[in-house]
Design a protein around this ligand. Structure first.
Ligand code: HEC
Length: 164
């Protein structure tokens, strides 16, 4: 074997190793990387037509107890009785850092469309019921039942207004 063909063979192995490495990396990313929901802008900017009244929250709690708590847990921590059966795990809805980044419209979209293993509730719940759930989901991360307005464009919360 000549020196050049030895060298070519070495190069070929290196290339093969690189290709295999890339395949492994992309499979890893596909499996472990949680994709963005890519909510369309029009849906993202929808405002909740409902106010966080006790009646709306009570209605939401009842639906949540029937349809959501097995996965997301009674208080939204993602620790429902069936949570461990799923991959990815049901989201922790009390994670304020994450939940404050999503608008009401996005939460409404997520509940409506679902994403495996979470089912879609577009046909199972009315629009009003889904907006009631948005109020409840908001209350998990905020502690209180206050529903902040849709996040402003820059993602930063608005400074509190001074009382005059
Ligand atoms: C079968 C289990 C299951 C049920 C039932 C379920 N979810 Fe989920 N939910 C999930 C999983 C898993 C995810 C994460 C999906 C992902 O990131 O791809 C999720 C994500 C979400 C998110 C997005 C949070 C985020 O930013 O990651 C919201 C909001 C949500 N669920 C609310 C609800 C509500 C409200 C109900 C009841 C109407 C419900 N879910 C029922 C499993 C479930």
């Amino acid at each position: 074997m000549t020196a050049t063909s030895q060298k070519n063979k070495g190069l070929r192995w290196i290339l093969l190793a690189i290709v295999l490495g890339l395949i492994v990396i992309s499979i890893g990313l596909a499996v472990f990387h949680r994709k963005d929901w890519n909510v369309p802008a029009a849906n993202k900017n929808l405002k909740n037509p409902l106010l966080p009244t006790e009646a709306n929250l009570a209605a939401a709690r009842e639906i949540y107890g029937n349809k959501c708590s097995d996965c997301h847990g009674e208080k939204g921590k993602g620790d429902g009785s069936e949570a461990m059966m799923y991959d990815p795990l049901p989201s922790d809805l009390t994670d304020a850092a994450r939940m404050n980044k999503v608008t009401d419209g996005e939460i409404f979209f997520q509940i409506s469309e679902g994403r495996k293993p979470m089912p879609s509730y577009k046909k199972k719940l009315t629009e009003e019921q889904r907006w009631q759930l948005v109020l409840l989901v908001r209350s998990f991360a905020n502690g209180a039942a206050s529903a902040p307005a849709a996040a402003p464009e820059n993602g930063k919360p608005e400074p509190p207004r001074k009382a005059d």
